[in-house]
Design a protein around this ligand. Structure first.
Ligand code: TRP
Length: 441
């Protein structure tokens, strides 16, 4: 147990905090979603918008969330109840818990595909298949049948197993090993990908902006991707913030987590696009990009059998360290607000999510409804309310106290307050309304 008041569990040190928070941020969002969304939105131009949103909006929202959690020392609903008693603010917490159910339901389905692909890779199932053959395997896998359900359940059970063990003995212990491993595998893949013939066309695509592909929808997609990728807007970072000790610097945490997350997304792009171009494939083919393109690439590569296994194991790891953060939001809420035992709370939350996950696995319309509603509506809305809460409701003094380390107020305090009071809310609101078609400019 930690030395913090109330005997709450906590991360043991700075590396533990960063491994867990970066583990949450880095996931299918970076390796599966980022390359295909970037591929559909012109590559380099999308990347530039995305980087801008990460820096100007993502970092301040993340810092605000961490701050709420650490100040309150409670789950996301309890935090608002404690910091703003008798107000409507706790509804933001309810929205966050609801979003966690929604996101993990479809997320665990995609994660289930990665588990199934790992087994295919081990069994050398893709060997000798044409691109059409691989597409058929993917289509068959995602079509309504019992197999995606089984692998989704397997993945959910794995997440529940880790979360049940607690923050230090579960989440921190596993993320500390899994995250560095992920980086090593990814770097290995990049070397392989960059050494292919014609790889430079992929590098070009990723880094040379083509602004003719940018429209208002691209801008909302870039913001939605920034929120999704950094795990913002629904209480993951607030919940993890509540396990961070007072002596740790929240600003440094927010910045290192955001930079690491962005780095991994760019590295994933560097592993994938050179190979896509080298083999003359289409970068804008949608969610199948990783699942359809890559096995074909591994097929034609020397040592492809091993690279395939490594890659899909990497995806499973990335998905796992993210899904446990989503599960933890709900578990912390059940334990602290509904007074459940941790193990009961974990299995109940995972059970409800699995039931919803079955629906997502069998029904593509529900799957995309959950995906779109959460990323493009709930997360930006949650992020907007969170910065307004910290900027206007909690106020300067509380922010100042939380940003103080070793008796010194952090240097960024001076710009952080105006950013979360004015700049970030206006930016989020504009992009959001514009993307929803409620405001055109
Ligand atoms: N950020 C993770 C990814 O990139 C997914 C994720 C985990 C998430 N927790 C979240 C997304 C909370 C939104 C909100 O894959």
């Amino acid at each position: 147990m930690s030395e913090q008041e109330g005997g709450r569990d906590s991360f043991s040190n700075k590396f533990g905090v960063i491994a867990a928070a970066a583990g949450s941020a880095i996931g299918l969002g970076n390796i599966w979603r980022f390359p295909y969304v970037a591929g559909e939105n012109g590559g380099g131009a999308f990347l530039m918008l995305y980087l801008l949103f990460i820096l100007a909006i993502g970092v301040p929202v993340m810092l605000s969330e961490l701050l709420i959690g650490r100040k309150a020392q409670l789950n996301i609903f309890g935090a608002f109840r404690k910091l703003a008693p008798g107000s409507y603010w706790p509804l933001v917490g309810i929205m966050g818990v609801g979003a966690a159910f929604m996101i993990l339901s479809f997320y665990s389905v995609v994660a289930g595909w990665t588990v199934e692909y790992t087994f295919y890779a081990i069994a050398n199932q893709f060997a000798g298949e044409s691109p059409e053959g691989i597409k058929a395997i993917f289509d068959e896998l995602t079509a309504a049948s019992w197999r995606p359900v089984v692998f989704m359940l397997l993945f959910m059970a794995l997440s529940a197993f880790i979360v049940r063990s607690g923050v230090k003995k579960g989440i921190e212990r596993y993320t500390k090993v899994l995250m560095p491993l992920l980086l090593v595998i990814l770097v290995g893949l990049i070397f392989r990908s960059l050494s292919l013939d014609g790889a430079m066309a992929g590098v070009d695509f990723l880094f040379r902006p083509d602004f003719s592909k940018v429209d208002t929808n691209t801008i909302l997609e870039a913001l939605g991707q920034a929120f999704f990728s950094l795990s913002l807007g629904m209480g993951v970072m607030a919940t993890y913030g509540s396990y961070i000790k007072k002596k740790e610097s929240l600003g440094k945490t927010a910045i290192s987590v955001s930079l690491t997350d962005t780095l991994i997304a760019v590295l994933a792009g560097l592993a994938i696009f050179p190979a896509v171009f080298s083999f003359g494939l289409e970068p804008g083919q949608g969610p199948g990009l990783v699942f359809i393109t890559l096995p074909g690439i591994f097929n034609q590569m020397a040592g492809g059998y091993y690279f395939a296994i490594f890659f899909f194991v990497l995806l499973v790891i990335a998905a796992l360290t993210s899904s446990i953060s989503l599960l933890e939001v709900v578990v912390a809420y059940f334990v602290e607000e509904l007074k459940m035992k941790r193990s009961t709370a974990t299995w109940l939350a995972a059970g409800i999510m699995s039931a919803l996950g079955v629906v997502c696995a069998l029904n593509g319309a529900v799957f995309s409804f959950f995906d779109r509603t959460s990323s493009n509506i709930l997360l930006p809305l949650g992020g907007l309310l969170i910065v307004l809460f910290v900027g206007w409701f909690l106020g300067k003094q509380v922010v100042r106290d939380e940003l103080e380390a070793d008796g010194r107020v952090a240097f960024y305090f001076r710009w952080f307050v105006p950013v979360i009071r004015v700049l970030a809310p206006i930016a989020i609101a504009l992009v959001f309304l514009n993307g929803l078609g409620l405001l055109r400019f």
